[in-house]
Design a protein around this ligand. Structure first.
Ligand code: SAM
Ligand code: SF4
Length: 342
């Protein structure tokens, strides 16, 4: 479906916001829990949500399926770490029915990779074709430091398993000035050598963490300049409706994306909304706007009521966000990325 279609595949009017943007992409966070504690994402001693506040797998399926019926063509399962959610493969299996009917183009996943060795084949069998794996460095000590205790070998083993299962893997790396900046060329070379795309992400001021993010903020414009001192980067004319811009690295033959969420240049083409693991719909990553779909469904709403609530929230999708990383200012958005789903 193109952004100009005005009906979903199921005959309902498409989900169009107040600025004429069609919503075709939903990210679903299935848990706020994680087996890692990345410094830019979580505090060391995170307090996780009581289970009763987190949507059940059936509730997640109901809400995600309502979006599919309204024309969402792509679902990304995220978290927290989605693969630590008990029973999550059942959710993949259920949502996979929309791939079979053709209502959904893509069911995908963002993961830290620690559990992939166990789940990669099952994901491929259930119709997942591509996944994003977050990996900030190939240095085991630095990996342990950034993730506060993670084992790099497990993640590499997970990526091996994913490739063996035939999944296309994209590496997401957060760029940290004093953390991993010096290691990124090696990570990119390694990934391109294995046929993997890489996307670099600027740190976003979301949720209280223990470090001062202004110290670690690295502008990707600056990083791109550094890479261009030894590589030839050619801009590619690809867009996903998201904040990524892509280049080809001539020397490695691979593709590199830059996600600069602090810039406004993607808001006008934004086609996505996010559902937290507690059932809150956020129509903009960088704003506090929210619609409590858990209250709607736990209040006994019919499917028609749910659709009305979703349409109302999408209609009010903000025109753009107002992220900024300012010294001494708190996070621009109080919720953590692990709750919202990156
Ligand atoms: N646990 C999974 C993972 O790490 O891939 C999925 C959830 S994680 C919140 C999704 C993505 O958000 C990861 O690529 C992570 O690096 C990124 N992320 C987390 N906190 C961030 C922040 N403050 N700024 C930018 N990216 C962030
Ligand atoms: Fe966990 Fe992903 Fe956040 Fe790291 S970025 S702490 S892996 S949710």
């Amino acid at each position: 479906m193109t952004p100009y279609d005005d009906t979903s595949s199921q005959g309902q009017p498409a989900l169009v916001d107040g600025f004429g943007r069609t919503v075709t992409y939903l990210r679903v966070s299935v848990t706020d829990r994680c087996d890692l504690r990345c410094v830019y994402c979580m505090a060391e001693h995170m307090v996780f949500l009581p289970k009763a506040q987190v949507l059940t797998l059936e509730e997640l399926d109901r809400i995600a399926s309502a979006f599919v019926a309204l024309g969402v063509r792509k679902l990304r399962i995220t978290g927290g770490e989605p693969l630590v959610r008990k029973g999550v493969m059942g959710l993949f299996q259920n949502l996979g029915r929309h791939l079979k009917t053709g209502a959904l183009d893509e069911l995908t996943l963002t993961t830290n990779g620690t559990q992939l060795a166990a789940f990669a084949q099952a994901l491929a069998d259930l119709g997942v074709e591509r996944i994003n794996v977050s990996l900030d460095t190939l240095n085991p000590d630095l990996f342990r430091a950034i993730t506060r205790g993670g084992d790099l070998a497990r993640v590499i083993g997970g990526i091996d398993a994913a490739q063996t299962a035939g999944l296309r893997v994209k590496i997401n790396a957060v760029a940290l000035k004093d953390g991993n900046a010096a290691e990124l060329p090696e990570l990119i070379r390694w990934a391109h050598g294995r046929g993997l795309e890489v996307t670099l992400i600027e740190t976003m001021p979301m949720g209280e963490v223990d470090v001062d993010r202004t110290d670690e903020y690295l502008s990707l414009t600056e990083l791109r300049g550094d890479l261009e001192s030894f590589w030839t980067l050619t801009d590619l004319d690809v867009t996903t409706g998201g904040p990524a811009r892509y280049v080809e690295v001539k020397e490695t033959g691979g593709r590199l994306g830059f996600i600069t969420p602090l810039s406004h240049n993607f808001c006008e083409a934004c086609n996505r909304v996010r559902l937290t693991c507690t059932g809150t719909l956020h129509t903009c990553l960088g704003r506090e706007d929210a619609c409590d779909l858990r209250a709607v469904i736990r209040g006994g709403a019919s499917d028609a009521d749910l659709v009305t609530a979703i349409r109302g929230a999408v209609d009010a999708k903000p025109k753009g966000h107002d992220f900024k990383i300012a010294r001494s200012a708190g996070p621009a958005v109080a919720r953590h990325m692990s709750t919202t789903g990156g």
